[in-house]
Design a protein around this ligand. Structure first.
Ligand SMILES: NC(=O)c1ccc[n+]([C@@H]2O[C@H](COP(=O)([O-])OP(=O)(O)OC[C@H]3O[C@@H](n4cnc5c(N)ncnc54)[C@H](O)[C@@H]3O)[C@@H](O)[C@H]2O)c1
Ligand SMILES: [Zn+2]
Length: 352
């Protein structure tokens, strides 16, 4: 059991008693749990076992393709149909999609009702459930509509991870690696020593990762400056993810971010921040876990085209968050198209 105290709320790790007593203390007029078909099957019964109050379940279809306005409308309509009022509480039981979308629906329904995050994937437990970013995708672009608002609390239960497919665990692990690379060299080293990510002490790893995210987001909740370092690996990663999204071989978010981190480590080297041996070490460690897939950066013009839609870029320039050193990051670094192309070449190179 672990606990992290954030400015406006608490994160409880592996503590069912806290969940029960939180609900008693909040005393909501009604409780709604948002699930998808997977969290309904694997996670809902565990939560219901620990609740002694009536709840209304709202089901949505899983997947990023449903993180949209149609699904919001379904949630809002059901909240209304089942009489949710301003004293109701929403429990988001799922991965980052449910956390972002369910949080967005709760934060806007009747101008905002309380919600808690009960994340069920490694990605959402170690990253998405904290920092208050909520939202949905629009016209194929990620997180175009949303807001920043904290939940009333976050309850993490690592037992949910036992049903999570291994590729999803690896996808979430990329965010742990990112937190290490940008803020904690020792954590990065420790994380790269593991080869089997399915059997780890997740309670401790999630605890360490969330502390990094909390420290950064509390200093800059609205991403005016420092918070941008959390985007390391994501400028290229998001573009690669978007490019392959509707193909026959889509990438999971963390798989795309893994490619993004190798490429953006190259950019950090190219502007003189990290050494060649550090760069090679990062590439080797990431490729050991995620494999080497040159085909995913083959269509560099199209991928770079997609980067232009990134919210972080301004006036047609690419602005990156890069590594200052291993365990430290910098942000708002302007990089030109040629350097991005070189970074793809570097990713594509065969390693000896
Ligand atoms: N708000 C933030 O700060 C933030 C940060 C990072 C990512 N995100 C968002 O998070 C989303 C990705 O999150 P994700 O990777 O958790 O994806 P996800 O929510 O789509 O979950 C992945 C899959 O795992 C299934 N699943 C969830 N829990 C399970 C369990 N315990 N057992 C078996 N299956 C389970 C889901 O049904 C889904 O099919 C993206 O939309 C991304 O934009 C948000
Ligand atoms: Zn991410």
């Amino acid at each position: 059991m672990k606990n992290i105290r954030c400015k406006n709320y608490q994160i409880h790790i592996n503590n069912w008693i806290e969940l029960t007593s939180f609900l008693h203390h909040e005393d909501p007029s009604s409780v709604f749990i948002i699930v998808d078909e997977n969290t309904e099957k694997y996670c809902l019964h565990l939560v219901l076992e620990h609740l002694d109050i009536p709840v209304q379940v709202i089901r949505i279809p899983s997947g990023e393709q449903n993180k949209n306005l149609t699904t919001c409308q379904h949630i809002w309509t059901n909240l209304m149909r089942y009489g949710a009022d301003r004293h109701s509480l929403v429990i988001n039981l799922g991965g980052g999609v449910i956390g972002d979308l369910g949080g967005f629906c709760a934060a806007t329904y009747m101008r905002g009702i309380r919600f808690i995050q009960v994340p069920t994937t490694l990605l959402s437990q170690a990253d998405a459930s904290v920092g208050g970013k909520l939202g949905i995708d629009l016209m194929g672009f990620k997180n175009m509509v949303g807001l920043i608002q904290d939940p009333a609390a976050v309850f993490i239960f690592t037992e949910f991870l036992s049903t999570l497919p291994v590729d999803q665990v690896k996808s979430g692990y990329a965010e742990l690696l990112k937190h290490g690379l940008i803020a904690d060299k020792d954590a990065w080293k420790k994380l790269t020593e593991h080869t089997d990510v399915k059997i780890l002490d997740f309670e401790q790893l999630i605890f360490e990762s969330l502390n990094i995210k909390k420290k950064v987001t509390e200093q800059d909740p609205n991403e005016k400056g420092l918070r941008k370092i959390l985007n390391f690996g994501h400028t290229i990663g998001h573009a690669v993810e978007s490019y392959w999204m509707d193909s026959r071989t889509p990438l999971l978010h963390g798989e795309a971010v893994a490619i993004g981190m190798v490429s953006e480590a190259f950019l950090s080297y190219r502007i003189g921040k990290i050494s060649e041996s550090e760069l090679f070490d990062i590439r080797k460690s990431i490729i050991k876990l995620y494999g080497h897939h040159p085909k995913f950066v083959k269509h560099s013009d199209e991928i770079i085209g997609l980067m232009k839609a990134d919210k972080k870029n301004q006036k047609g320039e690419f602005r990156f968050s890069l590594l200052e050193s291993v365990g430290q990051a910098c942000y708002d670094i302007t990089v030109d198209k040629e350097a991005v192309e070189e970074s793809f070449m570097f990713y594509k190179e065969r390693m000896e």
